[in-house]
Design a binder for this molecule. Structure first.
Ligand code: PLP
Length: 352
């Protein structure tokens, strides 16, 4: 599906790839009409993602635009159950909405299914359970199927930010989720060269509501970004396979290194978080001293990158100060390890 979906029909002289359609306006009387409503290049990527998640996808100008659009579906005064750890932009947006009296936020540990469902059922019940699994940056895992079943009983919808797992790691709609959200900026596009977000659903009414939001708010995907994402997603399975093999090897080696106090690795996927024995200064030293690993935020690109997450003031304080989030790329794993080892070997003792 990653390779074949979202392509023009196999007809003589048709291009193999959906072309880049740069248009603000179309000749009237058809389906498209105006550039804020539709674009064939957006559709190409949306068809691939829709096929991969088995739903209908709509893209947005960034992952945050997708997150904001879903949260705006929650009626004023309703409650949202949200993870204690999640992408900090999402947490910040939820906190802002709560401060403005728009929603009530019920924060939970998403690994504790009972606590999630208790929060979903409390009072008049929550409107939405927001999950990220694995979470950014703690890589905690939610039992999506059990939470969806319980949340639906309580009348709540469930949205899953599937950015870290990708549809190749898990398909939340199959597990009962109502909405899937992506920062397509990350693994889906995979080359650290664009910003794009997406929401996927199987429910036609929800799809229409999201489309109306996109038209009226105008948080539109860029055409070039959509085209690049459609090109990037063609190799998602190959990139992820390699990143995952590399990550599994590195997680094991890191766990055996005396400078590393703890490795968070959910057993698959391309993300690892490590806590360093010698504290935050050592973490900063690591992220600024390597040659292959790039000190950079974001994730999911072909090149390995990492950062100490608490360098961002918005990161929850329950995320350890010395935690380094690593986005494992598709380079040679021994090269990646040698690069880390050169610095890690000098970091075993606590830094004063
Ligand atoms: N969701 C997750 C899990 C993320 O990691 C990010 C960004 O880091 C976002 C959403 C936001 O996406 P974007 O940066 O494309 O707006």
């Amino acid at each position: 599906m990653a390779v074949t979906a979202g392509r023009p029909a196999h007809e003589p002289d048709a291009p193999l790839n959906a072309p880049l359609t740069m248009a603000s306006t179309y000749v009237g009387g058809g389906e498209l009409e105006y550039g804020r409503y539709a674009n064939p290049t957006w559709t190409a990527f949306e068809e691939v993602l829709g096929a991969l998640e088995d739903g209908r996808a709509l893209t947005f100008s960034s992952g945050m635009a997708a997150v904001a659009t879903v949260l705006d579906l929650v009626a004023p005064g309703e409650a949202v159950v949200a993870p204690a750890h999640a992408y900090l932009g999402t947490l910040h947006l939820l906190a802002t909405k709560e401060q403005r009296g728009q929603v009530e936020v019920r924060t939970v540990d998403i690994t504790d299914t009972e606590a999630v469902l208790k929060a979903a059922k409390a009072g008049d019940g929550a409107a939405l359970v927001w999950l990220e699994s694995p979470t950014n940056p703690m890589l905690e895992i939610a039992d999506i199927a059990a939470i969806c079943a319980g949340a639906h009983e309580a009348g709540a919808q469930v949205a899953v930010d599937n950015t870290f797992a990708t549809p190749l790691g898990q398909r939340p709609l199959d597990l009962g989720a109502d909405l899937v959200v992506h920062s397509a900026t990350k693994f889906l596009s995979g080359h650290s060269d664009l910003m794009l977000g997406a929401v996927v659903t199987r429910d036609d009414a929800t799809f229409t509501a999201l489309d109306e939001q996109r038209r009226s708010r105008g948080a539109l995907p860029g055409v070039l970004e959509s085209w690049l994402a459609a090109r990037g997603v063609r190799t998602l399975h190959l990139r992820l396979e390699r990143a995952q093999t590399n990550a599994a090897t590195l997680a094991e080696r890191l766990a055996g290194h005396e400078a590393v106090a703890r490795v968070h690795y959910p057993g698959r996927g391309g993300m690892i978080s490590i806590e360093l024995v010698a504290g935050p200064a050592a973490a900063d030293r690591l992220t600024r001293s390597t040659r292959l690993w790039v000190h950079a935020t974001s994730l999911g690109g072909v090149q390995s990158s990492f950062e100490r997450r608490r360098r961002w003031s918005g990161e929850p304080h329950t995320v350890p100060e010395a935690l380094v989030r690593m986005s494992v790329g598709i380079e040679d794993v021994d090269d990646l390890w040698a690069d880390l080892l050169e610095v890690l070997d000098g970091l075993a003792a606590p830094q004063v």
